[in-house]
Design a protein around this ligand. Structure first.
Ligand code: NAD
Length: 445
Protein backbone atom coordinates (compact mmCIF):
# COMPACT_ATOMS: atom_id res chain seq x y z
CA UNK A 1 0.00 0.00 0.00
CA UNK A 2 1.16 3.54 -0.77
CA UNK A 3 0.76 6.13 1.92
CA UNK A 4 1.79 9.78 2.19
CA UNK A 5 2.75 11.76 5.27
CA UNK A 6 2.49 15.52 5.05
CA UNK A 7 4.91 17.20 7.48
CA UNK A 8 8.33 15.68 8.08
CA UNK A 9 8.93 16.95 11.62
CA UNK A 10 9.35 14.78 14.71
CA UNK A 11 6.01 13.02 14.24
CA UNK A 12 6.05 12.80 10.43
CA UNK A 13 9.56 11.37 10.18
CA UNK A 14 9.07 8.80 12.91
CA UNK A 15 5.68 7.76 11.53
CA UNK A 16 7.10 7.51 8.01
CA UNK A 17 10.13 5.46 9.01
CA UNK A 18 8.05 3.09 11.15
CA UNK A 19 5.36 2.55 8.50
CA UNK A 20 8.16 1.80 6.01
CA UNK A 21 9.35 -0.82 8.49
CA UNK A 22 5.83 -2.30 8.36
CA UNK A 23 6.44 -2.77 4.60
CA UNK A 24 4.36 0.16 3.31
CA UNK A 25 5.57 2.49 0.57
CA UNK A 26 5.80 5.91 2.19
CA UNK A 27 6.15 9.36 0.66
CA UNK A 28 7.20 12.04 3.13
CA UNK A 29 6.08 15.50 2.05
CA UNK A 30 7.13 18.85 3.43
CA UNK A 31 6.90 22.40 2.17
CA UNK A 32 10.29 23.14 3.70
CA UNK A 33 12.53 22.72 0.65
CA UNK A 34 15.73 22.77 2.69
CA UNK A 35 14.49 19.95 4.94
CA UNK A 36 13.55 17.77 1.97
CA UNK A 37 16.90 18.43 0.28
CA UNK A 38 18.69 17.44 3.50
CA UNK A 39 16.66 14.24 3.76
CA UNK A 40 17.32 13.37 0.14
CA UNK A 41 21.04 13.79 0.81
CA UNK A 42 20.66 11.32 3.68
CA UNK A 43 20.93 13.95 6.42
CA UNK A 44 18.37 13.87 9.23
CA UNK A 45 17.18 17.33 10.33
CA UNK A 46 16.39 16.33 13.93
CA UNK A 47 18.03 14.26 16.63
CA UNK A 48 15.99 11.25 17.67
CA UNK A 49 17.67 8.01 18.76
CA UNK A 50 17.46 5.26 16.12
CA UNK A 51 15.76 7.44 13.51
CA UNK A 52 18.69 8.07 11.22
CA UNK A 53 19.44 4.34 10.74
CA UNK A 54 15.81 3.57 9.95
CA UNK A 55 15.39 6.43 7.48
CA UNK A 56 18.59 5.55 5.65
CA UNK A 57 17.70 1.85 5.51
CA UNK A 58 14.22 2.34 4.08
CA UNK A 59 15.33 5.06 1.67
CA UNK A 60 17.91 2.62 0.32
CA UNK A 61 15.23 -0.07 0.00
CA UNK A 62 12.98 2.33 -1.90
CA UNK A 63 10.22 2.17 0.73
CA UNK A 64 10.70 5.75 1.88
CA UNK A 65 10.98 8.79 -0.36
CA UNK A 66 10.79 12.51 0.28
CA UNK A 67 9.37 15.31 -1.84
CA UNK A 68 8.04 18.84 -1.66
CA UNK A 69 5.46 17.95 -4.30
CA UNK A 70 2.22 17.32 -2.44
CA UNK A 71 0.34 16.65 -5.72
CA UNK A 72 2.57 13.70 -6.55
CA UNK A 73 2.37 12.30 -3.01
CA UNK A 74 -1.41 12.60 -2.78
CA UNK A 75 -2.10 11.10 -6.19
CA UNK A 76 -0.32 7.83 -5.54
CA UNK A 77 -1.39 7.33 -1.91
CA UNK A 78 -4.50 5.66 -0.59
CA UNK A 79 -3.94 7.03 2.91
CA UNK A 80 -2.63 10.53 3.62
CA UNK A 81 -1.48 11.37 7.12
CA UNK A 82 -1.41 15.01 8.18
CA UNK A 83 1.49 15.55 10.61
CA UNK A 84 2.06 19.29 10.32
CA UNK A 85 2.46 21.58 13.32
CA UNK A 86 -0.48 23.02 15.26
CA UNK A 87 1.33 25.75 17.23
CA UNK A 88 -0.46 27.93 19.77
CA UNK A 89 -1.93 31.25 18.74
CA UNK A 90 -1.71 34.30 21.00
CA UNK A 91 -4.90 33.28 22.87
CA UNK A 92 -3.66 29.69 23.43
CA UNK A 93 -5.91 28.08 20.81
CA UNK A 94 -4.32 25.83 18.19
CA UNK A 95 -3.32 27.50 14.93
CA UNK A 96 -4.95 25.36 12.27
CA UNK A 97 -3.67 27.29 9.27
CA UNK A 98 -1.16 24.55 8.31
CA UNK A 99 -3.86 21.90 8.60
CA UNK A 100 -6.23 23.95 6.42
CA UNK A 101 -3.49 24.53 3.83
CA UNK A 102 -2.79 20.79 3.60
CA UNK A 103 -6.50 19.92 3.43
CA UNK A 104 -6.90 22.31 0.47
CA UNK A 105 -3.89 20.82 -1.33
CA UNK A 106 -5.17 17.27 -0.75
CA UNK A 107 -8.60 18.24 -2.09
CA UNK A 108 -7.13 19.78 -5.24
CA UNK A 109 -5.10 16.65 -6.02
CA UNK A 110 -7.50 13.83 -5.18
CA UNK A 111 -7.82 11.35 -8.01
CA UNK A 112 -9.85 8.64 -6.27
CA UNK A 113 -10.99 7.43 -2.85
CA UNK A 114 -8.60 8.58 -0.09
CA UNK A 115 -8.42 8.24 3.66
CA UNK A 116 -7.20 11.48 5.23
CA UNK A 117 -5.81 10.95 8.70
CA UNK A 118 -4.93 13.60 11.27
CA UNK A 119 -1.88 12.66 13.33
CA UNK A 120 -1.32 16.25 14.37
CA UNK A 121 -2.92 17.17 17.68
CA UNK A 122 -6.02 19.07 16.68
CA UNK A 123 -8.99 20.52 18.58
CA UNK A 124 -12.25 18.64 18.69
CA UNK A 125 -14.17 19.48 15.53
CA UNK A 126 -11.13 19.60 13.24
CA UNK A 127 -12.15 16.36 11.51
CA UNK A 128 -15.40 18.05 10.48
CA UNK A 129 -13.48 21.16 9.43
CA UNK A 130 -11.19 19.09 7.18
CA UNK A 131 -14.19 17.38 5.62
CA UNK A 132 -15.76 20.75 4.84
CA UNK A 133 -12.55 22.17 3.33
CA UNK A 134 -12.03 19.11 1.16
CA UNK A 135 -15.62 19.18 -0.13
CA UNK A 136 -15.27 22.87 -0.98
CA UNK A 137 -11.95 22.48 -2.83
CA UNK A 138 -12.34 19.14 -4.59
CA UNK A 139 -11.92 19.48 -8.33
CA UNK A 140 -13.29 16.01 -8.94
CA UNK A 141 -16.08 14.79 -6.67
CA UNK A 142 -14.53 11.58 -5.34
CA UNK A 143 -15.31 9.80 -2.09
CA UNK A 144 -13.08 10.19 0.91
CA UNK A 145 -13.00 9.52 4.63
CA UNK A 146 -11.48 11.59 7.41
CA UNK A 147 -9.93 9.73 10.35
CA UNK A 148 -8.45 10.93 13.63
CA UNK A 149 -5.41 8.91 14.71
CA UNK A 150 -3.71 10.96 17.42
CA UNK A 151 -0.04 10.30 18.13
CA UNK A 152 1.27 9.61 21.64
CA UNK A 153 4.99 9.20 20.94
CA UNK A 154 7.49 10.93 23.20
CA UNK A 155 10.54 12.62 21.74
CA UNK A 156 13.66 10.80 22.83
CA UNK A 157 11.97 7.39 22.69
CA UNK A 158 9.74 8.05 19.70
CA UNK A 159 10.56 4.93 17.70
CA UNK A 160 9.97 2.58 20.62
CA UNK A 161 6.75 4.44 21.46
CA UNK A 162 5.50 4.11 17.89
CA UNK A 163 6.47 0.45 17.62
CA UNK A 164 5.17 -0.55 21.07
CA UNK A 165 2.42 1.92 21.93
CA UNK A 166 0.16 1.53 24.95
CA UNK A 167 -2.77 1.92 22.55
CA UNK A 168 -3.73 2.99 19.04
CA UNK A 169 -6.70 5.34 18.83
CA UNK A 170 -8.72 5.44 15.64
CA UNK A 171 -11.65 7.81 15.25
CA UNK A 172 -13.59 7.20 12.06
CA UNK A 173 -17.09 7.09 10.63
CA UNK A 174 -16.92 4.46 7.90
CA UNK A 175 -16.15 0.76 8.22
CA UNK A 176 -13.98 0.99 5.09
CA UNK A 177 -11.71 3.58 6.68
CA UNK A 178 -11.52 1.58 9.92
CA UNK A 179 -10.56 -1.56 7.97
CA UNK A 180 -7.81 0.32 6.10
CA UNK A 181 -6.43 1.78 9.32
CA UNK A 182 -6.41 -1.64 11.00
CA UNK A 183 -4.59 -3.00 7.99
CA UNK A 184 -1.92 -0.29 8.25
CA UNK A 185 -1.38 -1.06 11.89
CA UNK A 186 -1.63 -4.86 11.52
CA UNK A 187 1.90 -5.50 12.91
CA UNK A 188 0.77 -3.82 16.14
CA UNK A 189 -2.40 -5.91 16.21
CA UNK A 190 -0.17 -8.99 16.17
CA UNK A 191 1.63 -7.88 19.34
CA UNK A 192 -1.76 -7.37 20.99
CA UNK A 193 -1.66 -3.58 21.18
CA UNK A 194 -5.07 -2.39 22.42
CA UNK A 195 -7.03 -0.50 19.76
CA UNK A 196 -9.61 2.11 20.71
CA UNK A 197 -12.00 2.54 17.82
CA UNK A 198 -14.42 5.39 18.21
CA UNK A 199 -15.85 8.45 16.51
CA UNK A 200 -13.66 11.34 15.34
CA UNK A 201 -14.56 13.78 18.13
CA UNK A 202 -13.84 11.22 20.86
CA UNK A 203 -10.46 10.35 19.34
CA UNK A 204 -9.53 14.04 19.15
CA UNK A 205 -10.59 14.47 22.78
CA UNK A 206 -8.59 11.42 23.98
CA UNK A 207 -5.33 13.10 22.95
CA UNK A 208 -6.02 16.36 24.77
CA UNK A 209 -7.44 14.64 27.84
CA UNK A 210 -4.35 12.37 28.04
CA UNK A 211 -1.86 15.22 27.78
CA UNK A 212 -3.81 17.40 30.19
CA UNK A 213 -3.86 14.56 32.71
CA UNK A 214 -0.12 13.87 32.41
CA UNK A 215 0.61 17.58 32.79
CA UNK A 216 -1.61 17.55 35.89
CA UNK A 217 0.51 14.79 37.43
CA UNK A 218 3.68 16.84 36.81
CA UNK A 219 2.28 20.05 38.28
CA UNK A 220 0.81 18.11 41.20
CA UNK A 221 4.10 16.52 42.24
CA UNK A 222 5.88 19.84 41.75
CA UNK A 223 3.51 21.45 44.23
CA UNK A 224 4.07 18.57 46.64
CA UNK A 225 7.83 19.01 46.22
CA UNK A 226 7.60 22.71 47.04
CA UNK A 227 5.61 21.90 50.16
CA UNK A 228 8.07 19.13 51.12
CA UNK A 229 10.87 21.72 51.20
CA UNK A 230 8.89 23.79 53.68
CA UNK A 231 7.88 20.93 56.00
CA UNK A 232 11.12 18.95 55.83
CA UNK A 233 9.75 15.91 53.93
CA UNK A 234 11.50 14.08 51.08
CA UNK A 235 9.42 14.20 47.89
CA UNK A 236 11.23 11.18 46.45
CA UNK A 237 9.89 8.97 49.17
CA UNK A 238 6.52 10.72 49.03
CA UNK A 239 6.29 9.98 45.28
CA UNK A 240 7.37 6.39 45.86
CA UNK A 241 4.81 5.96 48.60
CA UNK A 242 2.11 7.44 46.39
CA UNK A 243 3.14 5.56 43.25
CA UNK A 244 2.95 2.15 44.90
CA UNK A 245 -0.79 2.69 45.07
CA UNK A 246 -1.97 1.10 41.84
CA UNK A 247 -4.74 3.68 41.49
CA UNK A 248 -2.04 6.38 41.26
CA UNK A 249 0.93 4.64 39.59
CA UNK A 250 4.60 5.72 39.75
CA UNK A 251 4.95 7.41 36.33
CA UNK A 252 5.09 11.18 35.90
CA UNK A 253 5.66 11.78 39.58
CA UNK A 254 9.14 13.27 39.16
CA UNK A 255 9.46 16.80 40.46
CA UNK A 256 11.54 19.31 38.57
CA UNK A 257 11.49 22.67 36.82
CA UNK A 258 8.09 22.04 35.19
CA UNK A 259 6.96 20.55 31.90
CA UNK A 260 8.02 21.89 28.53
CA UNK A 261 8.31 20.72 24.94
CA UNK A 262 6.13 21.13 21.94
CA UNK A 263 3.10 19.32 23.38
CA UNK A 264 2.12 19.76 27.05
CA UNK A 265 2.29 23.58 27.21
CA UNK A 266 0.51 23.96 23.88
CA UNK A 267 -2.09 21.23 24.42
CA UNK A 268 -3.05 22.32 27.93
CA UNK A 269 -3.61 25.87 26.68
CA UNK A 270 -5.57 24.58 23.69
CA UNK A 271 -7.94 22.41 25.74
CA UNK A 272 -8.65 25.37 28.06
CA UNK A 273 -9.48 27.38 24.95
CA UNK A 274 -11.68 24.61 23.50
CA UNK A 275 -13.64 24.56 26.77
CA UNK A 276 -13.88 28.35 26.88
CA UNK A 277 -15.35 28.45 23.39
CA UNK A 278 -18.08 26.16 24.67
CA UNK A 279 -18.62 28.34 27.75
CA UNK A 280 -16.96 25.89 30.18
CA UNK A 281 -14.28 26.82 32.70
CA UNK A 282 -11.66 24.04 32.76
CA UNK A 283 -10.36 25.07 36.16
CA UNK A 284 -8.06 22.11 36.92
CA UNK A 285 -6.09 22.49 33.69
CA UNK A 286 -5.90 26.27 34.18
CA UNK A 287 -4.33 25.67 37.61
CA UNK A 288 -1.91 23.14 36.09
CA UNK A 289 -0.69 25.76 33.61
CA UNK A 290 -0.36 28.38 36.36
CA UNK A 291 1.62 26.02 38.62
CA UNK A 292 3.93 25.15 35.72
CA UNK A 293 4.67 28.79 34.94
CA UNK A 294 5.30 29.55 38.60
CA UNK A 295 7.60 26.52 38.92
CA UNK A 296 10.15 28.04 36.53
CA UNK A 297 10.15 31.25 38.52
CA UNK A 298 10.51 29.28 41.77
CA UNK A 299 13.54 27.52 40.31
CA UNK A 300 15.18 30.88 39.61
CA UNK A 301 14.37 31.94 43.20
CA UNK A 302 15.87 28.65 44.43
CA UNK A 303 19.08 29.28 42.47
CA UNK A 304 19.27 32.80 43.92
CA UNK A 305 18.60 31.50 47.42
CA UNK A 306 21.54 29.09 47.19
CA UNK A 307 23.99 31.30 45.30
CA UNK A 308 23.10 34.70 46.70
CA UNK A 309 23.47 37.78 44.47
CA UNK A 310 23.31 36.56 40.84
CA UNK A 311 24.78 39.65 39.24
CA UNK A 312 28.26 38.90 37.94
CA UNK A 313 28.18 35.21 38.99
CA UNK A 314 29.25 32.62 36.46
CA UNK A 315 26.77 29.74 36.34
CA UNK A 316 27.24 26.45 34.49
CA UNK A 317 24.00 25.12 33.04
CA UNK A 318 23.88 21.41 32.21
CA UNK A 319 21.04 20.49 29.88
CA UNK A 320 19.13 22.78 27.53
CA UNK A 321 16.68 20.51 25.70
CA UNK A 322 13.24 20.15 27.28
CA UNK A 323 14.07 16.56 28.11
CA UNK A 324 16.95 14.12 27.50
CA UNK A 325 17.65 12.44 24.14
CA UNK A 326 16.32 15.23 21.98
CA UNK A 327 17.60 18.48 20.50
CA UNK A 328 14.14 20.03 20.90
CA UNK A 329 14.17 23.21 22.98
CA UNK A 330 10.59 24.30 22.33
CA UNK A 331 9.20 25.66 25.63
CA UNK A 332 12.16 24.08 27.43
CA UNK A 333 12.31 25.11 31.11
CA UNK A 334 16.09 25.46 30.63
CA UNK A 335 15.62 28.17 28.02
CA UNK A 336 13.28 30.12 30.29
CA UNK A 337 15.54 29.72 33.33
CA UNK A 338 18.68 30.74 31.40
CA UNK A 339 16.80 33.82 30.17
CA UNK A 340 15.83 34.85 33.73
CA UNK A 341 19.37 34.24 35.06
CA UNK A 342 20.77 36.40 32.26
CA UNK A 343 18.29 39.16 33.07
CA UNK A 344 19.51 39.06 36.66
CA UNK A 345 23.05 39.61 35.49
CA UNK A 346 24.47 36.08 35.72
CA UNK A 347 26.97 34.86 33.12
CA UNK A 348 26.01 31.51 31.64
CA UNK A 349 28.29 28.73 30.46
CA UNK A 350 26.12 25.94 29.04
CA UNK A 351 26.51 22.38 27.87
CA UNK A 352 24.01 20.04 26.24
CA UNK A 353 24.80 16.90 24.22
CA UNK A 354 22.35 17.78 21.40
CA UNK A 355 20.62 21.12 21.88
CA UNK A 356 23.44 23.71 21.79
CA UNK A 357 23.02 24.52 18.11
CA UNK A 358 19.30 25.22 18.54
CA UNK A 359 19.93 27.21 21.71
CA UNK A 360 22.63 29.34 20.11
CA UNK A 361 19.96 30.73 17.75
CA UNK A 362 18.13 32.14 20.79
CA UNK A 363 21.14 32.92 22.99
CA UNK A 364 24.13 33.62 20.75
CA UNK A 365 25.69 35.58 23.62
CA UNK A 366 26.20 32.83 26.23
CA UNK A 367 29.26 30.58 26.39
CA UNK A 368 28.96 27.01 25.11
CA UNK A 369 31.21 24.31 26.54
CA UNK A 370 32.56 21.12 25.01
CA UNK A 371 31.54 18.82 27.90
CA UNK A 372 30.19 19.02 31.47
CA UNK A 373 33.68 19.50 32.96
CA UNK A 374 34.52 22.29 30.56
CA UNK A 375 31.14 23.86 31.45
CA UNK A 376 31.74 23.99 35.22
CA UNK A 377 35.34 25.22 34.96
CA UNK A 378 35.77 28.43 36.90
CA UNK A 379 32.04 28.68 37.70
CA UNK A 380 30.49 29.91 40.95
CA UNK A 381 27.71 27.33 40.69
CA UNK A 382 26.27 24.66 38.42
CA UNK A 383 22.63 23.97 37.68
CA UNK A 384 21.41 20.69 36.19
CA UNK A 385 18.23 21.40 34.25
CA UNK A 386 17.85 18.38 31.93
CA UNK A 387 18.59 14.85 33.12
CA UNK A 388 20.75 13.51 30.27
CA UNK A 389 22.23 10.13 31.25
CA UNK A 390 25.75 11.49 30.97
CA UNK A 391 25.03 13.90 33.85
CA UNK A 392 24.04 11.07 36.18
CA UNK A 393 27.52 9.79 36.82
CA UNK A 394 29.76 12.82 36.82
CA UNK A 395 33.20 12.60 38.44
CA UNK A 396 32.18 14.80 41.35
CA UNK A 397 35.69 15.19 42.79
CA UNK A 398 36.84 16.48 39.42
CA UNK A 399 33.83 18.79 39.17
CA UNK A 400 34.61 20.15 42.64
CA UNK A 401 38.24 20.77 41.76
CA UNK A 402 37.29 22.66 38.59
CA UNK A 403 34.70 24.97 40.13
CA UNK A 404 35.38 28.25 41.84
CA UNK A 405 32.95 27.11 44.54
CA UNK A 406 31.33 23.63 44.81
CA UNK A 407 27.69 24.66 44.48
CA UNK A 408 25.25 22.39 42.69
CA UNK A 409 21.56 23.03 42.13
CA UNK A 410 20.12 19.82 40.79
CA UNK A 411 16.69 20.59 39.33
CA UNK A 412 16.18 16.95 38.28
CA UNK A 413 17.06 15.28 41.58
CA UNK A 414 19.79 13.16 40.03
CA UNK A 415 22.06 13.14 43.08
CA UNK A 416 21.55 12.17 46.71
CA UNK A 417 21.54 15.18 49.05
CA UNK A 418 23.39 13.37 51.86
CA UNK A 419 26.16 12.14 49.57
CA UNK A 420 26.61 15.57 48.04
CA UNK A 421 26.92 17.11 51.49
CA UNK A 422 29.56 14.54 52.46
CA UNK A 423 31.48 15.34 49.28
CA UNK A 424 31.58 18.95 50.38
CA UNK A 425 29.06 20.40 47.95
CA UNK A 426 26.56 23.08 48.76
CA UNK A 427 23.68 21.19 47.22
CA UNK A 428 20.02 21.84 46.59
CA UNK A 429 17.44 20.01 44.52
CA UNK A 430 13.64 19.94 44.26
CA UNK A 431 11.65 18.85 47.28
CA UNK A 432 14.34 16.98 49.20
CA UNK A 433 16.23 19.57 51.20
CA UNK A 434 14.61 21.77 53.86
CA UNK A 435 14.41 25.28 52.46
CA UNK A 436 15.68 26.87 55.69
CA UNK A 437 19.12 25.29 54.99
CA UNK A 438 19.66 28.12 52.55
CA UNK A 439 18.61 30.99 54.76
CA UNK A 440 20.68 34.11 54.05
CA UNK A 441 22.39 34.09 57.44
CA UNK A 442 23.77 30.57 56.77
CA UNK A 443 25.05 31.40 53.33
CA UNK A 444 28.59 32.50 52.93
CA UNK A 445 28.12 35.06 50.10
P1 NAD B 1 7.33 19.87 13.63
O1 NAD B 1 7.23 21.33 13.77
O2 NAD B 1 8.57 19.16 14.06
O3 NAD B 1 7.04 19.45 12.11
C1 NAD B 1 5.98 19.95 11.36
C2 NAD B 1 6.41 19.93 9.88
O4 NAD B 1 5.27 20.25 9.08
C3 NAD B 1 7.50 20.93 9.54
O5 NAD B 1 8.58 20.26 8.91
C4 NAD B 1 6.82 21.89 8.55
O6 NAD B 1 7.68 22.39 7.56
C5 NAD B 1 5.75 21.00 7.97
N1 NAD B 1 4.64 21.74 7.32
C6 NAD B 1 3.94 22.77 7.81
N2 NAD B 1 3.00 23.16 6.92
C7 NAD B 1 3.10 22.33 5.86
C8 NAD B 1 2.42 22.22 4.63
N3 NAD B 1 1.40 23.03 4.31
N4 NAD B 1 2.81 21.27 3.75
C9 NAD B 1 3.82 20.45 4.05
N5 NAD B 1 4.52 20.49 5.21
C10 NAD B 1 4.16 21.43 6.11
O7 NAD B 1 6.07 19.29 14.44
P2 NAD B 1 5.95 17.92 15.27
O8 NAD B 1 6.62 18.04 16.60
O9 NAD B 1 6.26 16.78 14.38
O10 NAD B 1 4.38 17.92 15.57
C11 NAD B 1 3.40 17.74 14.57
C12 NAD B 1 2.05 17.55 15.21
O11 NAD B 1 2.04 16.35 16.00
C13 NAD B 1 1.61 18.65 16.17
O12 NAD B 1 0.24 18.84 16.09
C14 NAD B 1 1.99 18.11 17.52
O13 NAD B 1 1.20 18.64 18.55
C15 NAD B 1 1.69 16.63 17.35
N6 NAD B 1 2.46 15.75 18.23
C16 NAD B 1 3.79 16.00 18.45
C17 NAD B 1 4.51 15.15 19.27
C18 NAD B 1 5.96 15.43 19.57
O14 NAD B 1 6.49 14.83 20.51
N7 NAD B 1 6.64 16.26 18.82
C19 NAD B 1 3.89 14.03 19.86
C20 NAD B 1 2.55 13.79 19.57
C21 NAD B 1 1.85 14.66 18.76
Amino acid sequence: MNIAIVGTGYVGLVTGACFAEFGLKVTGIDKDKEKIEMLNRGEIPIYEPGLEEKIKKYMAEGLLTFTTDIAEGVKKALVIFIAVGTPPKEDGSADLSYIDEVARSIAENMNGYKVIVTKSTVPVGTGERIKRIIKEHQKEKVNFDVVSNPEFLREGSAIEDFMRPDRVVIGAESSEAIAIMKDLYSPLFLIETPFVITNIETAEMIKYASNAFLATKVSFINEMANLCELVGADVHIVAKGMGLDKRIGPKFLHPGPGFGGSCFPKDTRAIVQIAEEKGYDLSIVKAVIGVNERQRELMVEKIARVIGELKGKKIAVLGLSFKPNTDDIRESPAIAIVGRLKEKGAKIRAYDPAAMENTSKIYPDIEYASDPYDAVSGCDAMVIITEWNQFRNLDLERIKSLMKKPVMIDLRNIYEPERMKKLGFIYDCVGRVRRSEFAKEKRDD
